[in-house]
Design a protein around this ligand. Structure first.
Ligand code: HEM
Length: 492
């Protein structure tokens, strides 16, 4: 079988796991150069996270230049990369199953929403949607605000002293917030948080290593390797931390006979995700203990790295655009009527320019630069039919740099978000939070948290940075190589 010659997708069996292996006779999307028998393109990705991103970007640029659909091979497995907004939505809505690469995180995230199979996902997503609606998110703003005040105090020791590494501050701060809103008010001490975040970071690096090395794809081989054993050790560290918080809370609620109270709480009351799930488990038998743990780890894992990374990018970008930063500050002062008060839920929707800056930064630097799906039936797109059981990779980075954004697509222009005429006609050109039915459940959480944190930072400091020095890398998420070129000047 040769990967590049003509494919007749219409002749493919619709549900065979080997359907891509059958002889083909019609056109197929262009193959990225450098394919090798058995190895495919996998060897190109070998290297550190900086190299990985450089290589991925080359695939995406090739895709944009080749009618928005190309193919690569990871080993012998066909992977189709898409940058067309309509085709991307077709895949996102019709192919809800995740490909095998997502299962590399199974020992930690199990049946959490990101990695769950479609049947589990459908039931659990429905149960969990209400826990992320606007009213619930508004009840979190007090916590966002309180923690942001700690952050600006922590910055005091760095302010006025030149560039420093801002990323660790943001990561630990967002992790604390995610931990608080997910597990409730009983936040573990810093040491436990550090242990948890270090384990998460290392688990993600091991997933990346496994993705890059095709000989580690087979589970029985991986389990015997040092990385496989390390991954299980880390998974157990995370499991122990989450399980102990969960069990303590469960006993607490039961002992105080407070489970019923949870069902009666007013919508504006703060109720953690853990409490909401314990209630559903108790009253509707909706989740097992293991499922709750997997969901909680997924929520924290999905929340903190992506949000902290977005904030790092935003600070780097506005630090090099003093005019934009000043406009954000003026808008904030207007909303707060120049008062020294806490940010509240009513302020956030009024920060319209700030939201434009957030979206524009996410457009240029999407923390999740691609996501993938699969399907056990062929998938009909505008110009091709993709064979079943392959990986379809929706390229967020490519959608965000699509020609539809206009000649200034590579420029930072937050104002474009304030004028619908300057945005692409197709709304699916923006997919930072994924798209379609299996999109990010925490989108509202992320935007409200980013706004709150930025509001406190801007009110206390002027940010300086050098965007020219920005280098990017990609483990699972797209990140700055370093966050040490941001400096803060106290506002007096
Ligand atoms: C700027 C920050 C964020 C970005 C860019 C982001 C992006 C994404 C993307 C692209 C996906 C789809 C992933 C895939 O299909 O592989 C996703 C899914 C998900 N995200 Fe987020 N996310 C962010 C913040 C959050 C937050 C704050 C939470 C939780 C509080 C969260 C929880 C989740 C969960 C649970 C899923 C799986 C949803 C499902 O499959 O039903 N994310 N996110």
């Amino acid at each position: 079988w040769s990967p590049s010659p003509a494919v007749d997708p219409r002749k493919l069996g619709s549900d065979s796991s080997l359907s891509w292996f059958k002889p083909r006779s019609l056109k197929s999307p262009p193959m990225y150069p450098g394919w090798l028998p058995l190895i495919g393109h996998g060897y190109q990705l070998l290297g550190d996270a900086k190299h990985m991103w450089k290589c991925e970007k080359q695939y995406y640029d090739f895709c944009l230049k080749n009618n928005d659909l190309i193919q690569i091979r990871l080993g012998t497995h066909p992977t189709f990369i898409l940058t067309d907004p309509d085709d991307s939505l077709t895949v996102a809505n019709n192919c809800l199953e995740k490909p095998s690469v997502y299962r590399y995180g199974e020992n930690v995230y199990g049946r959490g929403l990101v990695t769950a199979n479609v049947d589990t996902w459908k039931t659990h997503r429905k149960l969990m949607n209400p826990a992320f609606n606007l009213q619930v998110m508004q009840s979190f703003v007090g916590k966002f605000s309180r923690q942001s005040k700690f952050l600006v105090s922590a910055f005091a020791s760095e302010a006025g002293k030149g560039p420093f590494d801002i990323q660790p501050y943001l990561i630990i701060n967002i992790l604390k917030i995610a931990y608080q809103t997910t597990f409730g008010t009983k936040v573990e001490n810093n040491e436990t948080l550090k242990k948890y975040s270090d384990a998460t970071e290392k688990v993600l690096m091991l997933i990346l290593e496994r993705t890059q090395n095709i000989w580690l794809h087979l589970s029985f081989i991986y389990k015997m390797t040092t990385s496989g054993r390390e991954s299980n050790k880390l998974a157990n560290i995370m499991k122990d931390i989450t399980e102990s918080v969960m069990n303590n809370r469960k006993s607490e609620l039961k002992a105080a006979n407070r489970m019923d109270e949870l069902g009666e709480s007013a919508t504006e009351d703060f109720v953690s995700s853990l409490d909401r799930m314990l209630y559903l488990a108790d009253k509707q038998n909706a989740f097992t203990d293991d499922e709750i743990r997997e969901h909680l780890d997924t929520i924290v894992g999905g929340a903190y790295d992506t949000t902290a990374t977005s904030l790092t990018f935003i600070l780097i970008v506005i630090g090099s655009h003093p005019d934009v930063q000043e406009k954000m500050y003026q808008e904030l002062q207007k909303v707060l009527e120049d008062e020294e008060r806490d940010i509240n839920k009513h302020d956030l929707p009024k920060l319209v320019y700030m939201e434009a800056v957030i979206k524009e930064t996410l457009r240029l630097y999407p923390p999740v630069p691609r996501f993938a799906r699969t399907s056990n039936v062929d998938v009909k797109l505008k110009n091709y039919t993709l064979p079943a059981n392959c990986t379809y990779m929706i390229c967020v980075y490519g959608l965000h740099r699509h020609a539809m954004w206009g000649p200034d697509k590579d420029q930072f222009r937050p104002d474009r978000w304030l004028d619908p005429a300057r945005l692409p006609k197709n709304p699916n050109c923006f997919a930072s939070f994924s798209m379609g039915r299996r999109n990010c459940i925490g989108k509202l959480y992320a935007v409200m948290l980013i706004k709150t944190t930025l509001a406190y930072i801007l009110r206390h400091y002027r940010i300086h940075s050098d965007l020219e020095k920005l280098e990017t890398r990609c483990d699972i998420f797209l990140k700055p190589v370093a966050g040490h070129f941001v400096s803060l000047e106290p506002r007096v």
